[in-house]
Write a protein that binds this ligand. Structure first.
Ligand code: KG4
Ligand code: ZN
Length: 353
């Protein structure tokens, strides 16, 4: 199946053509340079830029792939979550293409797009059940995936406040670093010693797979206000703290549920410390781990095409009166006793012996 994927949920206008996990052509136009001077993404400016860029971006992707519109089987587009004005541009454009080309339209959940980025070549196809940690600017979700369909997803844990990327961005702002904060903190942290600054671990939460970053952010603000930490040490300590909180939960969830692999994805997955920490923790438990190349961690059209194929295969086309959904219903938590938990599995295993 040859799928055109369109992504405009935030500040990247992107399109790609994907067939059997192979990206035939792709184009990403980032607005970061525009928003950096304004301290963050300005929604009104973002949607106007998407409007200017969307047609040339799609055309470039098609040209690069060397395919004509008649060779496209499905048009996939991010329908949410994201900024309403930004989503509206991509969804309207995709609807027009699907109608004009007489091809099915399929709506893609942006978070599942991030997951499917990890199934693009050169990585092998995704395997199930798996534990996916999606860490982006707006989300931090520990997802339990039992298959490729959007219906085969449950959320085991999530952030109770800031998303990991949001925490990076806010801490960077506190430290006077530019937007986006993640890459800026990562760069500064390379010269720092994480053990030189004490930052608190996240305390006990009711759901042990949930995470919270607001206390950590406040601790950074207090350190900056009341002492004069070395900025590189502080950046390194913050990065390691976030990475360890995420790695411990992801690996514990994967181990307890017997995931066949751990998938790390989303913009923050571009962070080398996070990649390394999860890789090491997963290897120690003998759990396979995968993460897309850094360029496929941030928003791109190829991931939407890949997730679009999975959604279309499982659920068929979306209606042409599809509307963008800035806020998407969160994935459901597992029903108590629904999927086998750790204790239940132990009991069953004990009975079998
Ligand atoms: O997935 P993404 O590109 O957009 C959303 O869907 O939100 O994620 C953007 C987030 C930003 O918060 C950015 O600071 C963070 O990803 N990010 C990073 C790195 N690169 C991007 N965070 C930590 N380290 C990085 N290298
Ligand atoms: Zn994203």
């Amino acid at each position: 199946m040859r799928v055109l994927g369109i992504e405009t949920s935030c500040d990247e206008t992107s399109a790609a053509i994907v067939e059997d996990g192979q990206t035939l052509g792709d184009k990403v136009v980032s607005q970061i340079d525009i928003h950096r001077n304004l301290g963050g993404v300005v929604p009104e400016i973002a949607s106007r830029r998407h409007l200017e860029d969307i047609a040339p971006v799609v055309e470039t992707a098609l040209c690069q792939a060397g395919v004509s519109p008649s060779a496209i089987d499905v048009v996939a587009v991010t329908s949410g979550p994201g900024l309403i004005g930004s989503l509206l541009v991509g969804v309207s454009f995709a609807k027009a293409l699907a109608f004009g080309w007489d091809r099915p339209l399929v709506a893609v959940n942006h978070l599942l797009g991030h997951v499917h980025a990890a199934g693009l070549l050169p990585l092998p196809p995704l395997v199930y059940p798996s534990l996916a940690l999606v860490v982006s600017g707006g989300h931090t979700d520990f997802l339990w995936l039992t298959g490729p369909s959007p219906r085969q997803v449950e959320v085991l844990g999530r952030t109770l406040d800031d998303a990991a990327g949001e925490a990076f961005d806010k801490v960077a702002r506190l430290m006077g670093l530019p937007y986006p904060g993640g890459p800026a903190i990562e760069e500064l942290a390379k010269k720092g010693d994480p053990s030189a600054c004490a930052l608190p671990a996240v305390g006990r939460l009711r759901n042990r797979y949930d995470v919270s970053f607001s206390g950590l952010k406040t601790a950074v603000a207090d350190l900056l206000r009341y002492s004069s930490p070395n900025p590189a040490d502080l950046a390194a300590a913050f990065e390691v703290r976030v990475a360890d909180e995420l790695a411990s939960r992801a690996v514990r969830a994967a181990e307890e549920r017997r995931a066949r692999e751990i998938v790390l994805c989303g913009g923050v997955a571009a962070n080398t410390t996070l990649r390394t920490r999860i890789h090491e923790a997963a290897a120690a438990m003998g759990i396979p781990f995968r993460v897309p190349a850094p360029a496929l961690c941030t928003d791109n059209g190829a991931m939407i095409a890949a997730a679009g194929e999975a959604a279309y295969t499982a659920l068929g086309p979306s209606p042409l009166d599809l509307e963008p959904q800035p806020v998407v219903m969160p994935f459901r938590r597992p029903r108590p006793g629904g999927s086998p938990g750790y204790l239940e599995r132990r009991r069953t295993e004990g009975e079998q012996k």
